[in-house]
Ligand binder design. Structure first.
Ligand SMILES: Cc1cc2nc3c(=O)[nH]c(=O)nc-3n(C[C@H](O)[C@H](O)[C@H](O)COP(=O)(O)O)c2cc1C
Length: 330
């Protein structure tokens, strides 16, 4: 597509392009695959999927698109910090399936305080797979995170600690072992996990996963990145998370996955601004029938995309990202 930009279109400041792309690329992504590429034009930043980084266990690209949606939220937040409202065309060209979004600069409007807090939280936001600090979440935070999800066209369902949690834990417990042991999941974990000496800019580093993925009280079984190799450096035992939630979308199509990713990154950044972090669980959700089962058994008002457990933590260790120069869409 070769459209002329509208007359009043604001140029993307050339000296901010790396900042925009680097901020987008701090997003969480499945296995830290960072399955995105960017093209900056005079008036837009375009986000592309990079299917060479798609998981084998994700043939339809659902997790890839959720990850790219998370990057899109980071890009929008970065645009806000330049003092503009981002204008997003989602899936702008049906002939270019990899082109996921085109972001231009809209009206001038100063960044709000909550937006600035989210931006400031991005460097320490991380997926938390180790023990949490005991204690409940700050008052009102869960409702705030539910609002974040709604503002992005998704829903954050809070799973109550009693019977509902047990139903979810039973399904996840019964299915994650099977998913972890599947050949596709094992190949993915091998390709994308990193030993302590590896200085790669992608994949999940040994400092970010435990050596065992087994169940613990109050905590769902985690994805197995270690595969019995004894690489993981995080402690296994410790206080569990404080809350369990499921991120839902109205339907289960590409636009929904992009919305789920934006909602995910928004609520994770908000939580991180209060030093609350999440463990993420998607291995049970890789099978459509398990997503349907969880939706049905828990009577959830939408399609489950990500299970999250949230808790307080006082430490953080960010994982690496590829630099903007590696992310250019040719
Ligand atoms: C769509 C999606 C699915 C994910 N699934 C899992 C998961 O099943 N288990 C897990 O431990 N982390 C999961 N994560 C978290 C990623 O592994 C994590 O974002 C990535 O390794 C980068 O690390 P960071 O979040 O600490 O920056 C997922 C993230 C996304 C965006």
């Amino acid at each position: 597509m070769n459209e002329e930009p509208p007359q009043q279109a604001v140029p993307i400041p050339a000296d901010q392009v790396d900042f925009l792309i680097a901020t987008a690329a701090r997003a969480p992504s499945v296995h830290n695959t960072q399955p995105w590429r960017f093209r900056a034009t005079e008036h837009a930043v375009e986000l592309y999927a990079d299917p060479s980084r798609k998981l084998q266990a994700d043939p339809i690209g659902r997790e890839m698109l959720i990850s790219c949606g998370a990057a899109l939220f980071g890009l929008r937040l970065a645009v806000r910090s330049l003092g503009y409202l981002p204008v997003v065309e989602l899936l702008p060209d049906r002939d270019q399936l990899r082109l996921l979004a085109r972001v231009t600069l809209g009206a001038s409007e100063p960044m709000t305080i909550p937006e600035r807090r989210m931006l400031e939280a991005l460097p320490h936001r991380h997926t938390h797979r180790g023990p949490f600090t005991p204690g409940s979440l700050p008052d009102g935070l869960l409702v705030g995170l539910q609002h974040d999800a709604l503002a992005e066209g998704a829903t954050l369902a809070v799973i109550s600690p009693g019977a509902a949690y047990q139903k979810l834990a039973d399904i996840v417990g019964a299915t994650s072992g099977r998913q972890n042991l599947g050949p596709a999941a094992q190949a993915d974990a091998r390709r994308w996990s990193r030993n302590p000496a590896d200085s790669a800019y992608d994949g999940v580093p040994a400092h970010a996963f435990p050596p065992r993925a087994g169940p613990q009280p109050g905590r769902l079984p985690q994805r197995d990145f270690d595969l019995g190799r004894g690489l993981g450096l995080l402690p296994v035992e410790g206080p569990p998370p404080a809350a369990t939630t499921v991120l839902l979308t109205p339907a289960d199509h590409r636009a929904d996955w992009l919305r789920a990713g934006q909602a995910l990154h928004r609520l994770l950044a908000h939580a991180a601004s209060k030093w609350v972090f999440a463990s993420l669980y998607t291995q049970p959700l890789e099978a459509a029938e398990i997503r349907a089962l969880i939706k049905d058994r828990l009577a959830l008002p939408g399609s489950p995309q990500i299970v999250l457990q949230l808790g307080l933590a006082r430490t953080t260790q960010a994982t690496a990202r590829r630099p903007p120069t590696d992310l250019a869409e040719p």
